[in-house]
Design a protein around this ligand. Structure first.
Ligand code: SAM
Ligand code: DTB
Ligand code: SF4
Length: 332
């Protein structure tokens, strides 16, 4: 097995990588990226908020926490037909992964969950990779989602274990890790990353990368979000995340988890094309497309298409891993 793919990273090793002079770091990350992935290819994912606002949690960054006055209204769970028609539009625009987000602390076994299972089934049948982010899950709920055809589950660690209680007090880091374990055991692909710009230190970022890269299996996707500061939340006045820190995080994640899809997630509206190009160079190979994330703006499909043209990038096809696997099986 290659020595590049490791789950036994030491904190000090990660620190050394993270602190490498920037251009050298980008070069190393780019080299590994080229070795393990098609660097001309970027996964295009579309997000849809299927249940917005009114969340009981106190995540200090979040526009959807009911306790902050952010101007985001509460909207009940969308209808399956509306979700499927949005998914079809996203597919027509070139998106291969469709991610449905709900402002829930956790999934409850009720009619809403049954409706989400129907949505998962429908999107899967359309030939897209279907992903959900619904909060905490039990092992049984993860299995039900898997049986409905769920491809991936997004559940972020957001920051380090040490910094976590500064950002969220209504659940623990261990709760997060438990859900990730339930997802993994159900055979669903894991999407897990974090946010920079929460007021964390470099040490916190290194700690978070350490937790991610020493999970028994690396997450298949690692979203790196830049905080979108939301008026009304405790982090409303945080300083904008530094682009060089974003590049450093992406490059370090790429070196630690060479095969993962590293997603340049929230924060792209604040970045120039040149800045995003540096992120792709440093190993990012996935984005959220469409003019809205969950509740905040994102570059439009047209803007992203123009960026792809300019940089010579192309959208990755759906289920590529599986297709490659089948191809290898046939050849053997
Ligand atoms: N409620 C579920 C949960 O918390 O797991 C799923 C939805 S939640 C909005 C998904 C993720 O969005 C969070 O874990 C966080 O990483 C990211 N997020 C939320 N608000 C953000 C913001 N203002 N800026 C950047 N990322 C944000
Ligand atoms: C992730 O890491 N980022 C996305 C997705 N996973 C669910 C969410 C970003 C949300 C940004 C704030 C908003 O639009 O509400
Ligand atoms: Fe926002 Fe999710 Fe936290 Fe609820 S649990 S406040 S939706 S990040």
């Amino acid at each position: 097995m290659s020595t590049d793919i490791r789950n036994n990273w030491q904190l000090q090793e990660i620190k050394t990588i993270y602190q490498t002079p920037l251009l050298e770091l980008v070069f190393r990350a780019a080299t590994l990226h080229r070795k393990y992935n098609d660097t001309a290819e970027v996964q295009v994912c579309t997000l849809l908020s299927i249940k917005t606002g009114g969340c009981s949690e106190d995540c200090a960054y979040c526009p959807q926490a009911s306790r902050y006055d952010t101007g985001v209204g509460v909207q009940a769970l969308l209808k399956k037909e509306d979700v499927l028609s949005y998914a079809q539009k996203a597919k027509d625009a070139g998106s291969t992964r469709f991610c449905m987000g709900a402002a829930w602390r956790e999934v409850r076994d009720n009619r809403d969950f049954d409706r989400v299972l129907e949505m998962v089934k429908g999107v899967n049948e359309m030939g897209m990779e279907v992903c959900c982010t619904l909060g905490m899950l039990t092992a049984e709920q993860a299995q039900k989602l898997a049986d409905a055809g769920l491809y991936a589950y997004n559940h972020n660690l957001d920051t380090s274990k040490e910094h976590y209680s500064e950002i969220i007090t209504t659940r623990t880091y261990n709760d997060r890790l438990q859900t990730l374990d339930n997802v993994r055991k159900a055979g669903v692909s894991v999407c897990c990353g974090g946010i920079i710009g929460l007021g964390e230190t470099h040490e916190d970022r290194i700690q978070m990368l350490h937790t991610l890269s020493t999970l028994p299996e690396h997450p298949e996707s690692v979203p790196i979000n830049a905080l979108v500061p939301i008026p009304g939340t405790p982090l409303a006045n945080n300083k904008k995340a530094d682009i060089w820190d974003m590049v450093r995080m992406i490059a370090t994640a790429r070196i630690l988890m060479p095969k993962a899809m590293v997603r340049l997630s929230a924060g792209r509206t604040e970045m120039s094309i040149a800045e995003q190009a540096l992120c792709f160079m440093a190993g990012a190979n996935s984005i959220f497309a469409g003019d809205k994330l969950l509740t905040t703006p994102n570059p439009s499909f047209d803007e992203d298409n123009a960026m792809f043209q300019l940089l010579g990038l192309a959208p990755r096809t759906a289920f590529k891993e599986e297709k490659q696997y089948l191809h290898e099986m046939v050849e053997v």
